[in-house]
Design a protein around this ligand. Structure first.
Ligand SMILES: [Zn+2]
Length: 302
């Protein structure tokens, strides 16, 4: 994984801890209220991953990915608990031996007495959720969910769902929107690429943090002008556009979910009086972006 540090890797809030520190169990209870584990998709694995419930928590590190580099940051910052978006252990494991990549992380956290909690699709579907923070970067108004929970499922309630649809403050072309997106999203090597007519006007925008491939049909059904998400692929994107679907913007996965960490940290500070550290370490795997020279960019070489 090609992790590179942003210019300001750690942000420190001007909040001090007063009174008694909450325990890991207190923090888990607060997070479970806001992001109930029952709201997660069936395949997902969320909640407390490791940590002593009775340990005090004075400082919490908020990260998208639990990787050695973000664990380094959290330990250096003196965090007692890491709240992550992506599950460290999504699939069944039969070993957390320290000789394995993930086992090494588990060992480091336990030895350092640092707890780990995951809020993933249960945070995506929440209101406010992961994509509200993404929508806020674009100033979208009149927000509504893109992908509604299955009727009767635990997460099913008005306002909840994965992704958000809203109106831009002012219409702009797809090319302008792509440049705008690259400017308002956290900086990555990947940047933003767009698919569709660059001159197409965009007023209504759908956004979905993380891999939004599976919501292409819903974006079309919603009648939006463009859909911004991550991890889009050649065939689904091409066939979607050929069928007259909205224009597409493909941002870096990490960049679409990093905005939520600020909301998460603010909630933890306000509700629990803890200090928070938000990781700005770009954990997207892509480290180089090279645009092919356009004909009008080419200059004669001496
Ligand atoms: Zn994700």
């Amino acid at each position: 994984m090609g992790v590179r540090a942003a210019s300001t890797p750690v942000s420190w809030p001007a909040v001090s801890t007063t009174g008694f520190a909450p325990t890991v169990a207190d923090v888990v209870a607060a997070l479970d209220r806001r992001y109930p584990p029952a709201w997660a998709e069936e395949w997902d694995r969320v909640g407390l991953v490791l940590g002593e419930p009775t340990n005090p928590v004075r400082r919490i590190a908020c990260v998208v990915d639990v990787v050695p580099e973000t664990v380094d940051e959290a330990l250096a910052a003196g965090a007692d608990l890491i709240v992550a978006h992506h599950p460290l252990l999504l699939r069944g494991v039969s070993s957390v031996a320290a000789t394995t990549y993930k086992g090494r992380i588990v060992h480091r956290l336990i030895k350092s007495d640092v707890a780990l909690y995951v809020a993933h699709t249960n945070a995506d579907v929440a209101d406010p959720g992961v994509s509200d923070a993404l929508a806020a970067r674009f100033g979208l108004t009149g927000l509504r969910p893109l992908h509604r929970p299955r009727p009767g499922s635990p997460a099913d309630a008005p306002g909840r769902g994965i992704g958000r649809i809203g109106e831009l403050p002012a219409p702009m072309t797809l090319a302008e929107l792509a440049r705008h997106a690259a400017a308002v999203l956290p900086v990555t090597a990947w940047g933003v690429r767009a698919a569709g007519d660059p001159r197409r006007m965009v007023r209504t925008l759908a956004v979905s943090g993380g891999s939004g491939d599976s919501f292409l049909a819903e974006a079309t059904a919603a009648g939006v002008d463009a859909f911004l998400t991550a991890d889009l692929r050649h065939h689904p994107a091409g066939e979607h556009l050929a069928a007259g679907g909205p224009a597409l913007l493909d941002a870096a996965h990490w960049a679409t979910e990093r905005p939520w960490l600020d909301d998460l940290a603010a909630q933890l500070r306000d509700e629990l009086g803890v200090e928070t550290v938000v990781s700005d370490l770009d954990t997207d795997p892509w480290t180089v972006h090279a645009a092919a020279p356009r004909p009008d960019d080419k200059e004669p070489r001496p």
